[in-house]
Ligand binder design. Structure first.
Ligand code: NIG
Ligand code: FE
Length: 410
């Protein structure tokens, strides 16, 4: 099955070779683009592309005319908590009325509130809710995402989430990676016994995850009042025994050494980074870890934005993701993340788009097959509506400028 997309106004996000796995520093400012281009899809992969005037006679099964439109790789959302039960708008109102996010959590809201609801939801209910969210983010251009557990906080409920993710992987055309985040908060039953909770996760849940192949990565919320650096080291060491690579929550509210622990354990990504010391930034230079910022979380909680301008200027790579979850980011819209990164974090549209394609693909371990227009990569493509240039995407914030999303050539 061959499909030709012709008359593309801008074919953007091109990487000539798929040996380039991420973009760092100044490279992030370059978004390779061909004007007036064509692209051929063969089955589920990108077969060829080039300038319209160089197009050769080919026989195809289907032709799409993309006159006036932009074609680019679909977004990779490398950090989400997409499987959750119910929403938390009461806490949103409490925060408007003056409570802080930490105060809401201390009153039994926050992660614990979501965990209580999730424990009562059936696997089928969770699946249906997640399926609706998945289709919504797909219509906004997301073609791959990472999904974490972490709203279960018990043996049964953590496995329930991971089994839902496994079913989503099997039944959806989006590319999905699963992360075990049992250490997201200490549940009330283990209050004062955090070590016992970690023991349960390590000795009871992890073997089942391994047995049923339920996770690709392991995560922990390494933060003051949640889990310490020592806890993070324990979880990462335990994960390593089952080949689970770390992708961890660090530096959201405080800098306590999670960055250094993550680097030591070869974390694939370190996420949040709202509060970064100069040393935290410097240490990232000596690693293959992808620093990942979540600007829609900063927007929603009104907390500082990660200092990614400074980090890119110092030569680092940066990925951006949504953090889609019911508490700190009830939205999975990558185009809005791109706008926030441009408006509040000083990224150019080129840098922001590279951060949600190439670099976020790296942050979920799929940059050999996703994240750019490259011959041989998966044909996961966005065709926009008729817009003036890709700059219009962050500029016209809050809108949906996508006409069609092609996943695996379909
Ligand atoms: O990534 N920071 C930790 N966890 C989530 C939010 C948790 C919640 O409020 O439900 C996050 O922001
Ligand atoms: Fe998160």
């Amino acid at each position: 099955m061959k499909t030709l997309i012709k008359n593309i106004k801008q074919l953007t996000g091109i990487q000539e070779s798929n040996s380039k796995l991420k973009l760092s520093g100044k490279e992030m400012g370059i978004l390779n683009t061909l004007d007036n281009a064509f692209l051929v899809i063969e089955n589920d992969t990108i077969h060829s592309f080039g300038k319209m005037e160089e197009i050769l006679e080919i026989t195809v099964d289907k032709t799409i005319d993309a006159a006036g439109k932009i074609v680019m790789p679909t977004w990779c959302d490398s950090h989400t908590h997409l499987v959750f039960a119910g929403t938390r708008e009461t806490e949103f109102v409490d925060r408007i009325n003056g409570l802080t996010y930490e105060e809401v959590a201390a009153r039994g809201g926050g992660i614990i509130n979501s965990a209580k609801r999730l424990q009562h939801a059936t696997e089928e209910e969770l699946y249906q809710e997640a399926w609706t969210r998945l289709n919504e983010i797909k219509s906004m251009g997301t073609g791959a995402l990472e999904i974490k557990s972490g709203y279960g906080l018990s043996f049964d409920a953590e496995l329930k989430i991971l089994r839902v993710i496994k079913r989503l992987k099997a039944e959806s055309d989006l590319t999905i990676k699963a992360t075990f985040l049992g250490a997201h908060a200490v549940p009330p039953e283990f209050k004062g016994n955090k070590d016992d909770y970690l023991d349960m996760l390590i000795n009871e849940v992890l073997p089942v995850i391994h047995e049923e192949k339920l996770a690709d990565y392991i995560d922990i919320f390494c933060e003051t009042n949640y889990f310490t650096v020592a806890d993070a080291e324990r979880i990462m060491e335990a994960g390593a025994k089952y080949n689970l690579i770390p992708k961890i929550h660090v530096n959201q509210f405080t800098s306590i050494g999670g960055i250094q622990a993550g680097i030591k354990h070869k974390a694939l990504s370190l996420d949040h980074l709202e509060i970064m010391t100069d040393k935290d930034i410097a240490d990232l230079h000596n690693s293959d870890t992808m620093p990942t910022a979540l600007p829609s979380c900063s927007f929603f909680l009104k907390i500082p934005y990660a200092p990614v301008r400074k980090m890119i200027d110092q030569g680092l790579a940066i990925a951006l993701a949504t953090d889609y979850n019911p508490g700190s980011t009830p939205s999975g819209k990558i185009p809005f993340v791109i706008s926030l990164a441009c408006i509040y974090q000083g990224l150019t549209p080129e840098e922001a788009i590279n951060a949600v394609t190439m670099n976020s693909a790296y942050a979920m371990g799929i940059s050999d097959s996703h994240g750019s227009i490259t011959v041989g990569k998966k044909a996961n493509l966005i065709i926009t509506k008729e817009i003036s240039s890709y700059n219009f995407i962050p500029y016209s914030f809050g809108g949906n400028h996508i006409d069609q999303v092609i996943l695996g050539g379909k």
